[in-house]
Design a protein around this ligand. Sequence first.
Ligand SMILES: [Fe+2]
Ligand SMILES: [Fe+2]
Length: 304
Amino acid sequence: MSETVGARTDREDFQATTDPALMESADRGESHLLSYAELYALWERQQWRTQDIDFTQDRIDWHERIDPEERFQRMYGLSSFFIGEQKVAEELGPMMRAAPTEEMRIFLCTQIADEARHVAFFNRFYDEVGVLESDNLQDRLKETSAHLNPKFNELFDVQLGGRVDKLAADPGDLETLVEAITIYHMIIEGMLALTGQHFIISYNEQVGTLPGFVEGFNNVARDEHRHVAFGARFLRDMAAKDGRYREAIQRTLTESAGPANSVLQPPWYEEGVEVFGVTMDETRAFAIKALERRLKVIGLTPVP
Ligand SMILES: [Fe+2]
Ligand SMILES: [Fe+2]
C-alpha cells in the first residue's frame, strides 16, 4: 500500500466504517463489525454533496495536460465506474425489500441514495470536464459503454441481475439474497471498486491531476467501505445462522471469480506491461488481499 493511500484510509472517517480490509487485525480473523443501526448512524454523519466539487482544474488537466492516448486509457476505469454505479443503484431495490430485518432495510435504503449520488458524481464530472460528445445522462452511459470489458456484463447483468430478478419475484428467498450480497458487496464493491479506487486515486495524486475528481472519488470510496462493512456484517450473521448460507457464499465466490478477474483488466491490456504505474499482478494481489481479510472476518476461508 502506498504511503498516500495508507494515510488516506488510516483517516478516522475511513476507519469508522470498520471495513475489515482496512484493519490489520482482520488478518487474524478479528474485527469489530458495526451493527446495522450503527452503520445507518454513520451514514448520517458522512454526508457530502456532488455540487460542492469544483472541476475547473480537472477540465484544464483533461484537455491540456493529459494526452489523447492516456485519455483513452483512463476511459476504461471511468466507464467501468460510471456504468457500474448506475447498474448497482438500479439492482438494489429488490435486495433492500428482501432483507429480513427493518434495520437492514433502512441501511440498504441509505445505500440506494449513495449509489444514486455516485452516478450523479460521475455525470457531473463528465459534463463539467467535457469528457464525451453526449449532453445527457442516458446518452453518456451509452457512449462510454464502448470502453468496457465484455465480461463486465456477465458479472453485472447475468450473475447479479439474474439473482435480483429472482428476488423481485420472490423477496422471501434468503439464499438468493445471500448470493446477491456476495456478488454485490464482496466482489463488485469490495474486490473491484475499492481496488480500482485505490489505484486511480494514487495515480492522480502522484502525477497531480484531476483534483476535483480525486476529492469526490475519496468520498465515493468512503461510502463504499461503509457498504462493504454492511455486506461483511450481513454475510457473517447469515453464515453463523445456517451452513446452507455459508455454502451459498462459497459457491457464489467460485462462480464470480472468473468474470471478476477479467473485469480488473482493460480489454487492450498487454501482459506484463504497467498501466498507470502498476502491473496487473499488483492489482490482483491488492484485490485478493482485501477479499481474504473480509472472508476471514465473515468466518470463511478464501477461495483459491
Ligand atoms: Fe457506489
Ligand atoms: Fe456501493
